[in-house]
Design a protein around this ligand. Structure first.
Ligand code: 7RM
Length: 635
């Protein structure tokens, strides 16, 4: 029995039991057999959730790009590593072989070195979904620099906050990006951000759209000429297991984003092992994850997981609606995609369109379908299963987080019987627990509670950049000796898990985690606004949309409300990005507050969701009278 390749349900249980009985032996065997190590570890695991401190494969030495690229050169140098599908369906796709990827990553590594980047330095990557994004990410890993990829839909303020938080000295960007029929001026956004970032000495600019951008003397450099004159060889820097590989920001329930730090060896092992099994990866497959590399899903399941397995991974620059709503299906047919991994929000958006968009294409190459990012509703699950998978491709509903580095709870296709809306069972090595409000574990089945993990797994984030105390407070303080996920979940009669959603002030809109606090902070910057509160409400396509309750200052009361709404969304766009715009804005005279001054979001959530039959306990409210008034004017 190979632990690396789980073939049937009985075997899953055997492997799972083994992973719990002796986690160190279990992970050691996987690490030993499937990766290249420059030096073996001295100790598989040491951990303390109270400190908190977690170390995997301590003492070992490696470079993740040697595992993702170099070791495949001999056996599959001419195989496509990255299959780039551009925004414009009439432009040719680009097949980047492992050999070519090696060459490009080496060139980029040399350029970064020449620009003064060395081991441990932070590099901010702000690029659209073009090959340079993957290449730059891997080049950082090759030279031992810590990449911080910022999703290129974030605003200049959000970008500046992230650059400054991790003190990046260099930014890699492009002149602009294509998004469907539009172009976006990325370089302009970077220029604006850098007026607030003193630590950045260099920006490297990819020419993607050929726009006429201003290049700041001494700071901005076109990347291509530097790459052209760089050498094709670059010896990988030999890293320690626990050296940070990357920082990736995720929203929290307070204002500042959290820079989650992932380290090298454990992350690599876990991303590779989950990819192999959860996507039933086989040598000839063409795997496509539609996420952006700016999110953790892209890091683990476009770049590192697939490449560590020598897979062909599709990178798509465009959007599902351009040139029409058939684009995803056209790409599946064109490249004979075998695994499709996408988000419920995309499924719901496509399900709303004419079914002919799907039926026009041959989807028979598909073998496994995946979903991630938020709970998938039953209707969307069936639409995906019936129309895309034709009832023969298992759906893997994969639950995980930026913080977990890899998929935690998911069916294994052709092993685990699926059940709509259920992420089903923990992956080997993952020990979930449901907790009650008193901090006790809820045992048995047919129960629900707060989802925690009892034991470390190799790819758990090791800290929050620059704020270890916050790491401890956020994840290890709610429940003793447990990692707290922030999600609620239920366990059914056979032990399957269904994730019910966030139990904190994070709202998931179209699969993007948004903290309420930063949005409220942005709104409150408007000179006419006194106070605000944001909640989510159910939305057909986005899953949740944002509803804002805004108290105006006296000066604002006489102003035109529709104009104010526009201005508020404008401020949000500037501070965070268009994804955080509010669908509805209600101007109110007061917000329901507890005596300790906390806004009762629970009540606001019910009102926004038109679910006011039972508002729950309002006895702790300081100002119960505002509730009726808000209800009377709900949008
Ligand atoms: C991978 C990713 C994490 C949050 C997480 C959940 C929610 C993700 C599912 C899900 C239900 C799923 N990372 N979430 N996957 N909820 N079913 N299959 O999305 O850091 O951006 O978000 O997303 O609330 O805590 S993330």
């Amino acid at each position: 029995m190979s632990n690396y390749n789980i073939k049937h349900f009985e075997e899953y249980f055997q492997i799972y039991r083994k992973s719990v009985r002796d986690p160190e032996l279990f992970w050691e065997e996987i690490a030993e057999e499937h990766f290249i190590w420059r030096k073996r570890w001295d100790k598989v695991l040491s951990w303390d959730f109270n400190k908190p401190e977690i170390k995997w494969f301590e003492g070992s030495k490696l470079n993740i790009t040697e595992n993702c690229i170099d070791r495949h050169l001999r056996t599959k140098g001419d195989k496509t590593a990255i299959l780039f599908e551009p925004n414009d369906p009439n432009s040719p796709a680009e097949h980047i072989t492992y050999k070519k990827l090696h060459e490009r990553v080496c060139r980029m590594s040399n350029v970064l070195k020449e620009q003064g980047v060395s081991k441990g330095d932070r590099v901010c990557i702000y690029l659209p979904m073009i090959p340079e994004l993957a290449v730059a990410t891997l080049a950082c890993a090759r030279i031992g620099a810590i990449h911080s990829v910022v999703f290129a839909g974030f605003s200049s303020t959000a970008l500046a906050t992230r650059i400054n938080d991790s003190d990046c000295k260099i930014v890699i960007t492009s002149d602009g990006s294509y998004r469907g029929g539009k172009t976006i001026d990325l370089k302009g956004i970077v220029d604006e951000a850098l007026t607030h970032c003193n630590g950045v000495s260099t920006t490297l600019v990819v020419n993607r759209i050929g726009s006429d951008v201003e290049m700041k003397e001494g700071r901005d450099k076109w990347l291509q000429p530097l790459l052209d004159s760089a050498s094709l060889q670059f010896e990988p820097e030999i890293m320690d297991a626990e050296d940070p590989l990357f920082i990736l920001y995720t929203s929290g329930s307070t204002g500042k984003p959290k820079g989650m730090v992932h380290s090298t060896a454990g992350y690599m092992v876990y991303a590779a092992y989950t990819f192999k099994n959860i996507f039933n990866y086989k040598e000839q497959d063409v795997y496509w994850c539609t996420a952006d590399i700016g999110w953790i899903t892209g890091h683990s399941y476009i770049v590192y997981g697939p490449l560590a397995n020598g897979a062909t991974t599709v990178m798509f620059e465009g959007v599902p609606s351009y040139p029409d709503f058939g684009r995803f299906w056209q790409i599946v047919e064109k490249h004979k995609v075998t695994q499709l991994y996408t988000a419920p929000t995309a499924i719901r958006a496509l399900a709303k369109e004419n079914i002919e968009f799907v039926e026009n294409y041959d989807l028979s190459s598909l073998r496994v379908l995946g979903t991630v990012g938020e709970p998938i509703n039953e209707e969307a699950w069936h639409w995906y299963n019936d129309n895309v998978g034709k009832k023969k491709s298992p759906i893997v509903d994969t639950w995980w987080q930026t913080e977990t580095g890899g998929i935690m709870i998911s069916p294994i296709p052709f092993c685990t019987p699926t059940k709509p809306t259920y992420a089903t069972l923990p992956f080997p090595g993952i020990q979930p627990a449901l907790m009650d409000e008193n901090g006790e574990e809820i045992k048995g089945n047919q129960v629900d509670g707060r989802l925690c993990i009892k034991y470390p797994w190799p790819s758990i984030a090791r800290t929050i950049w620059g704020d270890h105390q916050r790491y401890k407070d956020t994840y290890f303080s709610a429940f003793k000796n447990m990692y707290f996920t922030g999600d609620g979940a239920l366990r059914d009669e056979v032990g399957y898990y269904r994730i019910t959603g966030r139990v904190d002030d994070v709202i998931i809109v179209s699969g993007h985690n948004l903290g309420t606090a930063p949005i409220e902070d942005a709104i409150n910057e408007h000179p006419a606004v006194a106070e605000s509160a944001i909640v989510g409400f159910p939305h057909d396509i986005k899953g949740n949309a944002l509803y804002g309750y805004v108290i105006l200052k006296e000066s604002g009361e006489s102003r035109d409300h529709d104009n104010l709404r526009k201005e508020i969304n404008q401020i949000i766009t500037e501070h965070i990005g268009p994804i955080a715009k509010l669908d509805k804005i209600q101007f109110v005279n007061g917000l329901p507050k507890t005596r300790s001054g906390k806004i009762m979001r629970r009540i606001l959530r019910k009102i926004a969701g038109k679910d006011t039959a039972n508002l729950g306990d309002t006895s702790t409210l300081l100002n119960p009278e505002v509730v009726q008034e808000i209800m009377d004017n709900v949008l």
